[in-house]
Design a protein around this ligand. Structure first.
Ligand code: UDP
Ligand code: MG
Length: 313
């Protein structure tokens, strides 16, 4: 039997939320009347989360529990969900009841309109204003600027994906939030819809302000990957050329000062600057060459393509 919908929920210490959420999800899916499965990924919980899931499993044929050996983080948990889901449409949501399963039908409708990915926008977010909501607003603006996208809310886990989109996504660190940007770079059609957001009642949030720093680093790397991922020499090469010309200019000024102004060369800091520029230029171009070799290994050893085909007619 082909499963139509897979629901993916990463959980880390959410013992009180798990049974409530499971019931909310199943009551919505029963109305939709399509074949479904619900995947809970237990990300190394140290409370009774696994016991709760096992109790639910006794009465359920649609529940699948993926139990991690330890806590790996929300991104690996979502990846495990993608890799083990068999549905044609995949839906991810948080396990803390902050996302509302009542939004699932709206997401599905949007997918059926032909979008590859539909992402939620928590327009009326119910989280701490200063620690969460405001930093996240700034981060979203920055992400849009750097990745040339126009979404309002990268942090919302509530999303629906066509199954193809989730294939060969290589996500590291905290990168699950950038899936829409990765999908856009691959040419996917994405839509954003306003979803309900509820305050966290049971359990504690697993994140604080320090996540913003990690997200920024991931962002920096991703924007490099999107622009220069298949041509690193252009990035490092341009910097190398710039540095080389800097070295030339600095050397010319150095010689001019020596001949015309009778300035001692060894006492002139421009000598150090020139040497530095030439050395940096050499190092940058070498890194560029190494990068080029590296991407060839990456693509060719895994038979990966540098393009995505929609269809062959
Ligand atoms: N989560 C997880 N592994 C972690 C951290 C969080 O699986 O290492 C899950 C957590 O149980 C929840 C979701 O990811 O279902 C979002 O976490 P949280 O609610 O703490 O984040 P927030 O909503 O505060 O951004
Ligand atoms: Mg939450």
């Amino acid at each position: 039997m082909n499963t139509e919908i897979s629901i993916i929920v990463p959980v880390y210490n959410e013992e009180t939320n798990v049974p409530i959420l499971y019931n909310e999800i199943t009551s919505i899916l029963k109305i939709i009347n399509k074949s479904y499965e619900i995947l809970f990924i237990n990300d190394g919980s140290t409370d009774g989360t696994l016991n709760q899931l096992q109790a639910l499993k006794k009465e359920s044929t649609t529940l699948k529990i993926i139990n991690f050996t330890r806590n790996f983080g929300q991104t690996p948990a979502l990846m495990a969900g993608f890799n083990n889901a068999s549905g044609k449409i995949l839906i991810t949501l948080d396990g803390d009841l902050q996302n509302d399963p009542k939004d699932i039908p709206i997401l599905l409708n949007k997918i059926n309109e032909g979008y590859d990915l539909v992402t939620g926008w928590r327009k009326n977010r119910k989280d701490n204003l200063f620690v969460r909501t405001i930093p996240s607003k700034i981060a979203n603006k920055l992400i849009n600027k750097m990745l040339k996208t126009t979404l309002h809310d990268y942090g919302c886990t509530l999303k629906a994906y066509k199954q193809e989109i989730t294939k060969d996504l290589a996500l590291y660190g905290e990168m699950h939030r950038f899936i829409p940007a990765i999908a856009v770079a691959r040419g996917a059609k994405i839509a954003e819809i306003i979803v309900n957001h509820r305050p966290r009642i049971h359990g504690k949030t697993k994140y604080n302000l320090s996540r913003t720093g990690k997200v920024l680093l991931d962002l920096l790397f991703l924007s490099f990957l999107n622009t220069y991922g298949t041509k690193p020499i252009r990035f490092f090469g341009s910097l190398s050329i710039l540095s080389f010309f800097g070295g030339i200019v600095s050397t010319l000024v150095l010689i001019y000062m020596k001949i015309m102004l009778k300035n001692d060369m060894t006492g002139n800091p421009l000598l150090i600057l020139s040497a530095l520029c030439f050395l940096m230029s050499l190092q940058l171009i070498s890194i560029g060459f190494l990068g080029e070799i590296e991407i060839r290994t990456y693509y060719e050893s895994q038979d990966k393509k540098t393009y995505y085909i929609k269809e062959i007619i």
